[in-house]
Design a protein around this ligand. Structure first.
Ligand SMILES: C=C1C[C@]23C[C@H]1CC[C@H]2[C@]1(C)CCC[C@@](C)(C(=O)O)[C@H]1[C@@H]3C(=O)O
Ligand SMILES: O=C(O)CCC(=O)C(=O)O
Ligand SMILES: [Fe+2]
Length: 411
């Protein structure tokens, strides 16, 4: 469970601690009663934020209020429908994404074919879920070492730099043919049968996101001169993660973050922001630049795994989410990931034409690194490469907290 008593104790003692410091004994105890909901509602309603939520000044610098004055990041708007319909559209889209991915890795897509009613149902479903009593949400609490489930402020994993958010994450595995119901089944089995209709919404939403992601992969493949099928095939049996984020209004937004500075470890992220509340910011040229919600558009960014697949040509860029004093915010993030055992390696690797920036790895290893050994941040990929192959570590990354997998892939 989220150990409310521990969080409250931390809040009372008001001392942070190390950045990583996953806490022991995460899964002890059962789900509390209605009083726990009150505790968390009270947390979100305090007039000052508790010490474990206070982030280092360097991370929150130029936070919400000043970043609001920053110029919005110029991200291209890619018409995915036009790209799939014909060569001209594809060519234009490929040029757009090539430019964006070589600099910051962010762009947005329209013409993606996701029914507005489905997007609305997924956003409203998240809003409804996070309004539930804590005890109900806790039925889906995250199990230690896994990425799926419900967490409040990641308080079950970390003792400092807690994010001002609640999240619900679940995996979506590609299923050949129709009739697969992995997401719907997850909702029914963890939260109860009454959540099956909500599960059906997310089943449909994840399938739509998978289709959008594969269409983007076609454009990315074209943009790299590999053809539209190359990455589509690589991700055809993907094993992705869907995450609903809820950022409550915050009394001291300039001292905390909803999601701290990080690069996504996954391959590609497709983000839907709810309403007109901004929060996503990307670090470009030394300043945090907002990417404001645009009606009907999805924000896409390259993750570490895709950066490794292109040997660093396409960038996984640092970003974060800020919170607001008066307004709550919701977002839905679909993280496209390869099948767990697929080896991530750039095309042509081994031909010796280009120096490899990252060793071969599997998504299973990178995922377990972020869930068991390292809190995903701005240097995840370098730290992971160092963990996999310690001699390759130049000292830029922090020391690994435990041993790498025994079957270390070779370059
Ligand atoms: C493999 C993963 C690690 C995170 C969940 C999935 C995909 C994205 C990662 C994350 C969202 C990046 C920001 C930091 C993080 C700790 C978070 O704030 O939620 C990351 C996820 C995680 O480890 O839970
Ligand atoms: O909520 C957002 O806008 C971004 C969240 C994010 O970056 C993430 O979940 O990886
Ligand atoms: Fe992210």
């Amino acid at each position: 469970m989220v150990e409310t008593s521990k969080l409250v104790a931390m809040v009372e003692s008001a001392e942070g601690g190390g950045r990583l410091a996953a806490k022991g004994g995460e899964a002890d105890g059962g789900v509390g009663g209605a009083d726990e909901s009150v505790v968390f509602l009270d947390l979100w309603r305090q007039t000052k934020i508790p010490a474990p939520f206070v982030w280092p000044r360097a991370d929150v610098l130029l936070s919400s209020s000043s970043a609001a004055r920053e110029e919005e990041l110029d991200v291209p708007t890619v018409d995915l429908g036009a790209a799939l319909r014909g060569a001209d559209g594809m060519c234009h889209a490929a040029v757009q994404v090539a430019a964006a991915c070589a600099s910051h890795g962010f762009f947005q897509v329209i013409g993606h074919g996701v029914a507005p009613a489905l997007a609305r149902a997924a956003l409203d479903g998240a809003a409804g879920f996070f309004r539930l009593p804590l005890a109900t949400k806790q039925r889906a609490r995250r199990a230690p070492g896994t990425v799926t489930g419900y967490t409040t402020a990641h308080a079950d994993r970390f003792v400092a730099n807690l994010p001002w958010k609640e999240t619900l994450s679940f995996s979506h595995r590609h299923q050949a043919g129709s009739g697969g119901n992995n997401v719907a089944d997850y909702f029914a089995s963890t939260l109860g049968n009454e959540f099956k209709p909500l599960g059906d919404v997310y089943q449909a939403y994840c399938e739509a996101m998978e289709e959008v992601s594969l269409a983007i992969m076609a454009v990315l493949g074209e943009s790299l001169g590999l053809g539209s099928g190359y990455y589509r095939e690589f991700f055809a049996d993907s094993s992705s993660i869907m995450r609903c984020n809820y950022y409550p209004a915050c009394p001291e937004p300039e001292r905390t973050l909803g999601t701290g500075p990080h690069c996504d470890p996954s391959a590609l992220t497709v983000l839907l922001q709810d309403g007109d509340v901004d929060g996503l910011q990307v670090l470009v040229g030394g300043s945090w630049r907002p990417v404001r919600p645009k009606p009907g558009a999805l924000v896409v960014n390259i993750g570490d795994t895709f950066m490794a697949l292109t040997n660093g040509r396409y960038k996984s860029c640092m970003h974060r989410a800020v919170v607001h004093r008066e307004r709550e915010r919701r977002s839905l993030a679909f993280f496209l990931c390869p099948r767990e055992d697929r080896v991530v390696r750039p095309p042509g690797a081994g031909a010796g034409v280009e120096r490899r920036l990252y060793p071969d790895f599997t998504w299973a290893d990178l995922m377990s690194f972020t869930q068991r050994h390292y809190r995903a941040d701005t240097r995840t990929l370098d730290a992971f490469a160092c963990w996999l192959r310690p001699p390759a570590c130049s000292g830029a990354a922090p020391p690994p907290s435990s041993s790498p997998p025994t079957a270390t892939p070779t370059v």
